[in-house]
Design a protein around this ligand. Structure first.
Ligand code: FAD
Length: 310
């Protein structure tokens, strides 16, 4: 359960409030606003605020005085043109802010996306919750033999049980030591009146990387789609991919035309180098091209064949 009863009540109260506005709002995203989408075992992502809609992309592209939109099909056509030709700045006119709860090792990957504004829960100021990510059995896999940055077959039987026990025990023991060093009970009072307790900023260094942290993360649509293209991709680690996929669901509700253009021209598309295009042209002309005669390295050839599903 990622949220307490009190937190759920706070969200419900915020969802009750409504303000009239002249700004563009998107009914499909309004229905999702503030609600946590549960992810992994204790994580979530929820939309806190947003600015703009599909119309704002078009409005900026046309530098209009009013809404600047025409027929829906014309607007979608312009958005698709902008996406196809990588005219990125109109997409930067839309902004969105998320509240994310995620394991620290996922946060370390996420924070590499620099084009965003972040404010993280302070473990210098507050005590972190006793919540650790423990993978579901289906995610407990061996190192991939083919990909140094990937997983292979799922662990089974005793090995899986042993690994799960180690993950649980190490996280629990380190957290117990964290609390002991802090000398702070659940009520905030000292566990032992005779001890001062170690500062929070130091005690936290003992925690395992699967401990959950939280942040507010704000970015614009262009950089959000860059994040999603890298992290919703099959090559991204499962634990960050689930967040990117949940974010894509919110993007679909928010800016459906931009979402569809992104799916068509980025997520479901592929880049070919000049040499790959030359190979493709030779194939289309009926030439039986082999890797050795293609001018591509073995790795490029394998990547190209994967894209072509050959
Ligand atoms: C599958 C995968 C594996 C990865 N493996 C590793 C790894 O092993 N080690 C590792 O360190 N990282 C790794 N990364 C992180 C990766 O190298 C990028 O740092 C990360 O994906 C952020 O991408 P980005 O630069 O496009 O995003 P952002 O940081 O959001 O930047 C968006 C764009 O803004 C511009 N920009 C932002 N900041 C600057 C700047 N300071 N100077 C110039 N231009 C800037 C660039 O054009 C950039 O493309 C991995 C990422 C993925 C998806």
């Amino acid at each position: 359960m990622p949220l307490t009863e009190d937190q759920l009540a706070e969200i419900a109260a915020q969802r009750e409030a409504a303000q009239p506005t002249r700004r563009a709002t998107v009914p499909a995203l309004e229905t999702m606003l503030f609600t946590a989408i549960p992810l992994l075992d204790h994580g979530f992502v929820r939309v806190i605020d947003y600015m703009g809609d599909d119309g704002a992309i078009v409005q900026a592209a046309r530098v209009s005085y009013g809404r600047g939109t025409k027929r829906v099909s014309e607007d979608a056509g312009l958005i698709r043109y902008l996406m196809r030709h990588r005219h990125s700045t109109p997409f930067e006119m839309c902004e969105i802010k998320y509240h994310v709860k995620l394991p620290i090792f996922v946060a370390r990957q996420w924070i590499r996306h620099r084009m965003a504004n972040v404010n993280e829960y302070s473990a210098r100021y507050s005590v972190l919750d006793r919540e650790f990510y423990i993978p579901a059995p289906a995610q407990l896999a061996a190192q991939s033999a083919a990909n140094r940055q990937g997983r292979g077959d799922v662990l089974e039987g005793q090995e899986a049980d042993h690994v799960l026990a180690l993950l649980r025990d190490d996280a629990a023991r380190n957290y117990d030591h964290y609390v002991e060093m802090l000398n702070e009970g659940a009520d905030g009072g000292p566990l032992d009146d005779a001890r001062q307790g170690l500062a929070r900023e130091l005690a936290r260094m003992n925690l395992t990387l699967n401990t959950y942290t939280q942040w507010y993360w704000k970015t614009d649509l262009h950089n959000l789609l860059n994040f999603c293209s890298l992290r919703a991709d099959a090559h991204a680690q499962y634990e960050i991919r689930v967040y990117a996929e949940a974010i894509l669901d919110t993007v679909k509700a928010w800016v459906p035309a931009a979402y569809q253009a992104f799916v068509d021209y980025r997520l479901g598309a592929a880049n070919f180098s000049a040499q790959m295009l030359a190979v493709l042209r030779r194939m289309l002309a009926g030439d039986a091209v082999e890797q050795a005669t293609s001018g591509l390295s073995k790795r490029e050839w394998a990547e190209m064949m994967e894209i072509l599903a050959r």
